[in-house]
Design a protein around this ligand. Structure first.
Ligand code: ADP
Length: 428
């Protein structure tokens, strides 16, 4: 199975597993809460049973009955037991409280006891008849009772917080671990996709580079074949044309290799600047002059409006020339008509020097603008077929500008041209 299919499969499987684990954990916690609830109910039931026994014993003691055996005890109770008039509120309260405590229940409670006609005969002070429905219930009558059956109702609120407190560490731990798993998963997926994108970008780059270098090599090879041709060898004009072609292709190849080297140097974070005082205008003039021929070929023009007073910066000459070259080169490359390029400089009161490179080219949308400084990023230039490049130029420009403690920004709109603005600290 290839990587293309395996990545989505892994993502789907892990997502399913995480959802499954979450589901199982929730049902575990739910079960645990249910068990705790049942445990509480059992404890209350036990307490009520013991309360009944205690009430019987107290009844017998109150009547001074000492029964020799269980049989006669039950017989006596069945015949004579009745709560009515025998116990007051405090006595019942005491007994219930004691038995609940024996079963580890310490919550406050309210109670009432009803007779056979469902009339309340004893009740705690705070008892509200509405509580009777949801209350725990216990028949107080002995088996085979001859007399009226009485019923004890105890209303006790289960402390849900207690359950949460007791299971708190479990819930917190499972939330923490699940969050860690989900986060780790998210990071892994992101890395996976980044890697995938990176490997696609790299293979694009290699294809691009091979193509870029093969074309001049093929032209050079053809020109050399032509030069060795008998007819050409004696024709000085033709020799000039062919050697000119070789020189031009050689220059193009050099430019490509230089761009790749620039990027490789950045990759190793090896920006070593040899800082010196430079006249920015002088460098801009030099680069513009070097490019003049190419611009003329495209019937374009560069307009230098170098207005900054005292445009001296502390910079690396080679890198600074490269960034100006890259910006002008792009301004020329990304134009569908005759390139009109304007370079402006301005010195600010705070000692910063601004260099603007404006073009009337194809421009770009916001999404592209946000990504052009990424390494290897290239926008689809649509109908401009002859625009070649590796997507390295602007990432280099940005890195160098930042190494000089400067900033770069772009303003652009599709079809309206672009303006790149560099701000560098100038020397005073
Ligand atoms: P390259 O020019 O080799 O593709 P760059 O890093 O110099 O790489 O530029 C990245 C992308 O930014 C280009 O592919 C292009 O889409 C866009 N771009 C750069 N400069 C301009 C410009 N002046 N006008 C329009 N688009 C530009």
């Amino acid at each position: 199975m290839n990587a293309r299919k395996i990545y989505p499969l892994i993502v789907v499987l892990i997502t399913l597993s995480v959802v499954g684990i979450l589901f199982i954990q929730m049902s575990w916690i739910n079960n645990a809460i249910k068990l705790k609830h049942e445990e509480f109910q059992r404890a209350v039931d036990n307490s009520l049973k013991q309360t009944r026994e205690e009430v019987f014993n107290k009844f017998l003691t109150k009547h001074g009955v000492v029964t020799p055996d269980e049989g006669s005890r039950l017989f006596y109770l069945a015949r004579y037991f009745s709560l009515e008039g025998a116990f007051n509120e405090n006595e019942v309260d005491e007994i219930i409280k004691k038995e609940l405590k024996n079963n580890n229940i310490k919550q406050p409670f309210e109670f009432c006891i009803t007779n056979i006609y469902k009339n309340i005969i004893v009740q705690s002070k705070g008892f509200n008849p509405a509580q009777q429905d949801g209350a725990y219930k216990m028949e107080l009558a002995p088996e085979d009772s001859y007399r009226a059956r009485e019923t004890l109702y105890v209303s006790i609120r289960e402390d849900k917080n207690l359950i949460i407190r007791e299971m708190g560490w479990m819930i917190v731990a499972s939330i923490v671990f699940t969050t860690i798993i989900v986060l780790a998963f998210a990071v892994t997926v992101r890395t996976l996709f980044n890697q995938k994108k990176l490997s696609e970008i790299k293979s694009d780059f290699i294809n691009n580079m091979t193509h870029e270098l093969k074309t001049p090599l093929a032209t050079i090879s053809l020109a050399i074949d032509a030069l060795t041709n008998e007819k050409v060898i004696h024709d000085t004009d033709k020799i000039k044309i062919y050697s000119g072609m070789i020189k031009e292709e050689n220059r193009r190849m050099n430019k490509q290799v230089e761009k790749i080297l620039q990027a490789a140097r950045l990759e190793k974070e090896e920006i070593k600047l040899t800082l010196q005082k430079l006249d920015a205008h002088q460098i801009i003039n030099k680069v513009a002059t070097n490019m003049a021929l190419q611009i003329q070929e495209k019937h374009g023009a560069i307009d230098l409006r170098l207005a900054a007073t005292d445009p001296v910066i502390e910079a690396d000459e080679v890198h600074f020339s490269n960034i100006i070259f890259n910006l002008l080169d792009n301004a020329m490359k990304y134009s569908s008509e005759e390139p009109r390029i304007i370079v402006e400089t301005l010195k600010h009161g705070n000692g910063m020097l601004t260099i603007k490179v404006k073009d009337n080219g194809i421009g770009m949308d916001r999404e592209t603008q946000a990504r052009i400084f990424e390494k290897f990023y290239r926008a689809h230039t649509g109908n401009i077929h002859n625009v070649k490049g590796f997507g390295l130029g602007l990432s280099y420009v940005k890195a160098i500008v930042e190494a000089h403690e400067g900033r770069i920004k772009v303003e652009s709109a599709p079809g309206k041209g672009s303006t790149f603005t560099i701000t560098l600290p100038a020397t005073h």
